[in-house]
Design a protein around this ligand. Structure first.
Ligand code: PLP
Length: 347
């Protein structure tokens, strides 16, 4: 593609880096993120910084995206990735489940996490495969605990809400106003969040779980202690500060601007596909990922790196996920590439 408007020979929209939020921060004039490095000893056991814990509970109450009760425990983790693994570890230790059910398509790394806990991904709601039918029967006899359910709301990659289904573990990383019109008030046993997706601070590596069952919370804490000797206190201080800015500054404007940006990007792509009659079927309605179905040649012609739907457990062929929560520059680059496609496909 020799278009002078394209700065990069190849655009990379594979990973879910929410760079668009960096630009949103730039508009938040009354926010202050500053941070002093302190020297700290190991801090094992329950390691959540009290300010962080308080701010986490407050932000959930304010945005009504997770039920907080007197019994809710906050387990702070190294990114949501560790919260997911810690939750699987806890369930396996208590109930010994061998199967992990997640509706397809799901975030590609679930498979690796399940394997690390000697669990197999399964699809027990599907009617077309015998082993899956058997699993459903086993699950019924075993109060559902031979199979644990992990559901992402809104889902990565296709933005489905799955709000009617109960989950043992709910990945709610995208259940914030910038990604979905109306966040869902979740009350599952383990509800997982990520600072990366909330505020864009991916490199702080901070995640957390709101946990109802004290035994699960203790085991999740044990996992954090065993596998990372707690969570960096500097990261927790930074996260507490980010949340306090979001609670005290002009929080509506941060989420509103994020929402406007993502919603506009989804619309622009829809219009481009329609206007240029591109051979692309858009499967996602909203959110940070553009999930499409098209011939692989179309993606090849775009020269954009993305994730294959098959890596997300999608059984349908020729589906692809693009991160449209990228920087404005990369998003504009994607639009130019799509416009150029029309010359290949419509001439
Ligand atoms: C559904 C989902 N869960 C969890 C994560 C991991 O978040 P973190 O960066 O906090 O580890 C991601 C990141 O892409 C994700 O898409």
């Amino acid at each position: 593609m020799n278009n002078p408007n394209l700065k990069k020979p190849r655009l990379d929209l594979t990973y879910g880096n929410p760079s668009f939020l960096q630009e949103v921060w730039a508009y938040q004039k009354d926010y202050t993120i500053d941070f002093k490095i302190k020297s700290m000893p190991y801090k094992l056991g329950k390691t959540a910084d009290p300010d962080l814990e308080k701010n986490i509970k407050e932000i959930h109450k304010k945005y009504k995206n997770c039920k907080i009760t007197k019994k809710s425990q906050i387990v702070v983790t190294v990114g949501a990735v560790q919260a997911l693994q810690a939750a699987m570890y806890a369930y396996r230790k208590i109930y010994g489940p061998r199967y992990l059910y997640s509706p397809r398509p799901y975030w590609g790394r679930f498979q690796e996490f399940a394997a690390s806990q000697q669990m197999t991904m399964c699809d027990w709601l599907s009617t077309d495969s015998e082993p899956d039918k058997n699993l459903k029967a086993i699950a019924k006899n075993d109060h559902g605990k031979t199979v644990i359910t992990l559901i992402t709301t809104p889902n990565n990659p296709d933005g489905e809400l799955y709000s009617k289904y109960k989950a043992d573990i709910r990945d709610a990383c995208y259940n914030w106003p910038q990604y979905t019109k109306k966040p869902v008030l979740l009350g599952d046993d383990v509800v997982i969040f990520s600072l990366s997706k909330l505020s864009g601070h991916s490199s702080t590596r901070l995640g957390w779980a709101v946990v109802r069952n004290p035994q699960i919370a203790t085991l999740m804490q044990e996992y954090v202690e065993l596998f990372s000797s707690g969570v960096s206190i500097e990261s927790q201080t930074q996260a507490a500060m980010v949340l306090s800015n979001l609670l005290e500054g002009s929080p509506e404007s941060f989420f509103k601007l994020g929402r406007v940006k993502l919603a506009a990007r989804n619309l622009i792509l829809k219009d481009l596909v329609k206007k240029h009659k591109l051979p692309i079927k858009i499967l996602s309605k909203d959110g940070m990922f553009w999930y499409i179905e098209c011939r692989p040649q179309v993606v090849f012609d775009l020269k954009v790196n993305c994730f294959a739907g098959s890596a997300c457990g999608d059984l349908k062929k020729d589906r692809f996920r693009f991160n449209i929560g990228c920087s404005t520059e990369d998003f504009e680059d994607l639009c130019v590439r799509l416009e150029n496609l029309s010359k290949i496909y419509n001439d």
